[in-house]
Design a protein around this ligand. Structure first.
Ligand SMILES: [Zn+2]
Ligand SMILES: [Zn+2]
Length: 133
């Protein structure tokens, strides 16, 4: 198994789903296409892609680190602490927030991927119903 085809498969999977996947999920997707591939090959390829800045890795608090394609466009996430669902947010307000902080502090921020934890509307609704019952 040439590692370049594994790299291509990883890029395809991440590009396709346009989302974050754990190394396990990426392996599962790739395994369907390339049955001969083993988890450590996928893991090594992910490590290299991360070092090259093609793929970013982050901790969304769901138990495993997740990988995603770096698109050059900043985005951020809301993560529900109850059901672990993830919402992606993009927006000028956050860009503005970053530039305000940079202007006020003199820092050049490296963080460009915020993860905000909370409770999603569906879980809040459930909590309300449980309280009423
Ligand atoms: Zn992200
Ligand atoms: Zn939820």
């Amino acid at each position: 198994m040439r590692s370049s085809s594994v790299v291509q498969a990883i890029l395809d999977v991440l590009g396709d789903k346009d989302t974050h996947l754990t190394s396990r999920e990426i392996f599962d997707c790739i395994h369907e296409r390339l049955p001969a591939v083993n988890p450590s090959t996928v893991y090594r390829a992910l490590e290299r892609l991360t070092q090259e800045g093609v793929v970013s890795i982050s901790d969304l608090g769901i138990g495993s680190m997740v990988y995603e394609l770096v698109t050059g466009k900043n985005h951020h996430h809301l993560v529900c602490q109850q059901c672990r669902s993830i919402v992606t947010i993009e927006g000028q307000e956050i860009d503005l927030f970053f530039s305000n902080i940079q202007a006020a502090s003199g820092y050049r921020l490296v963080t460009n991927h915020l993860v905000l934890f909370g409770v999603c509307p569906a879980c809040r609704q459930k909590m309300l119903e449980n309280k009423a019952a």
